[in-house]
Design a protein around this ligand. Structure first.
Ligand SMILES: Nc1ncnc2c1ncn2[C@@H]1O[C@H](COP(=O)(O)OP(=O)(O)OP(=O)(O)O)[C@@H](O)[C@H]1O
Length: 279
């Protein structure tokens, strides 16, 4: 049985006593070393969930446990060692004048020894393929490179959970895929739980499990393959479905009997190839 790293128990949250509830009775778990995508229409409460996970916000009702510790005023400093976050806009995340200063910043705040810091800077920049840029000024980097450095800065403090909140949304498709591949490698190497909050369907299909939010409630949680079977229901709650899933349905309407649910072009081609070889 895998360790629960994140546990939401009947969590409800609103931004003020006179404000509407943004999260309503949400319960879910995220386990060690898994990649979970959180999706949902705009305003469904995804970023609020991320902020609750590292104690930037506290719920009015229910409880949140991170690595077994209840998130509250007294535990947040411990919690923040376990939860690293990377946001949408890389420009808002830089504090150092060089890439290596930036990676060092979080460690300096946590009192890491200098020797250890130098080793970690090297390891983390290497993990995201940015070791050649350690003396570069962050503003000279491309959007994708900035996000890599932001990920390295978070990795340097050895989190158990890495949250990417729309962290690839400002990048072009190639930049997005590069970051995702980097993050998937890093997740395996560091045995992290990875939580990606995203509108990008390609990103969702690469995760192991998906939590779908709708109007502040957990609407469903399942593998991407099972989630994207529910095409009509997903569209009803304002979510897109991958092109390959739609194409598969179109082909079925043309009496091409595809048995499985392909998630990407390669899988669809494989299905078609199998059908062709049976003819
Ligand atoms: N600081 C705030 N004060 C008041 N209301 C807020 C605040 N931040 C978010 N909200 C509201 O809470 C709701 C949920 O917002 P949240 O950012 O969690 O949604 P989201 O699913 O991440 O949306 P998006 O996909 O657009 O980023 C929205 O109605 C939003 O307007």
């Amino acid at each position: 049985m895998r360790n629960k790293l994140v546990e939401f128990k009947h969590v409800s949250f609103r931004y003020g006593d006179d404000q509407p509830w943004v999260l309503k009775d949400c319960s879910f778990c995220i386990y060690e070393n898994e990649w979970v995508a959180i999706i949902g229409h705009n305003g469904s409460g995804k970023s609020t969930i991320a902020k609750l996970m590292n104690g930037l916000l506290f719920p009015q009702e229910g409880e949140i446990y991170i690595n077994g510790q209840l998130v509250n005023d007294t535990s947040i400093w411990n919690i923040r060692k376990d939860v690293g976050m990377v946001f949408q806009n890389p420009d808002n995340q830089f504090v150092g004048t060089t890439v290596q200063d930036d990676v060092a910043f979080g460690m300096e705040n946590r009192g890491f020894a200098r020797e250890d810091m130098l080793k970690r800077i090297e390891q983390c920049l290497h993990a995201v393929g940015m070791e050649a840029y350690r003396l570069t000024e962050p503003h000279r980097l491309s959007g994708g490179q900035k996000q890599r450095v932001a990920i390295a800065s978070v990795l340097a403090i050895s989190p158990k959970i890495l949250i990417l909140d729309e962290a690839t949304s400002m990048l072009d498709p190639k930049g997005r895929q590069e970051i995702l591949s980097t993050v998937a490698d890093v997740q395996q190497q560091h045995a992290l739980s990875l939580i990606t909050i995203t509108h990008d369907l390609n990103e969702v299909t690469q995760s192991e499990r998906v939590i779908v939010m709708n109007e502040g409630e957990v609407w469903n949680e399942a593998t991407p393959r099972d989630i994207f079977k529910e095409k009509t229901a997903l569209r009803k709650i304002g979510l897109d479905v991958p092109f390959v899933a739609l194409l598969t349905d179109e082909l079925r309407e043309q009496h091409i009997q595809i048995d499985n649910e392909p998630l990407n072009h390669e899988e669809l081609l494989e299905e078609l190839w199998t059908l062709h070889s049976k003819m």
